[in-house]
Design a protein around this ligand. Sequence first.
Ligand SMILES: [Zn+2]
Ligand SMILES: [Zn+2]
Length: 255
Amino acid sequence: MASDRLLQPLWDFLLFRHYTLVSSPFFPVLLAFSCYFIFSVPFAILDVLGERAPLFEYKIQKQRRPTVGMMLRTLGTAVYNHLVFVLPAVLITNVVMPAPPLPAVAPTVWELISGALGVLLIFDTQYFFWHLVHHKNPHLYRWVHAIHHDYISPFSWSTQHLSAVELMTVGFWSNIDPSLLKCHPLTIWTLSVFSIWMSVEDHIGYDLPYSPGAMAHDIHHQKPSSNFAPFFSHWDRLFGTAVTVKPSKKIDKEK
Ligand SMILES: [Zn+2]
Ligand SMILES: [Zn+2]
């Protein structure tokens, strides 16, 4: 073992047993897309079952259910964007700026947690201001962000129903932010799983107990001048854009 750190056995397992996979420049994309897919499937099943689903009582906009056509369209957008834009970008980046070899030593648990939290806070700030500007400027909204608002009632697959420009911007930050904080690859991959989960959870459309983001982001899709931050709420509270009402009780009544 290269160290006696708590995460060293896990890191050794990945390095020695799965080196070809984890050292591939495509691994981060494969990991992120697989997470998007795996996290979305259970909620897609709930959506197809509708009222018969055990968790239907938690559905935020009960009267709006995604059709299978909507699910296929949004998943199709995600697959298309990855094949046409993300994979070529990874290929070019790997030629121009190849990633350094994987280190032999694992990160400490503290390095992993503090690095991941730091990146989440930076990303949350970047996306908050980007998102605010893209809602305030009609041209930017129309050409870059509007596609994500095709659906007033979000559902899991719609998480990555994004324009190529938005996906590439988010992807760029997801690459740059961890390198600014000199994060270990294990931190980056853990963070990727965690942040994809949080972005899918933002869009599931079910206000499950212990689901922090679903209600806030569902409200953003109903009232797009609110809740611009993806993960935390401090920027929205500071800018007066935080809305926390239960839309099923209040926003629906306004219609
Ligand atoms: Zn959204
Ligand atoms: Zn928006």
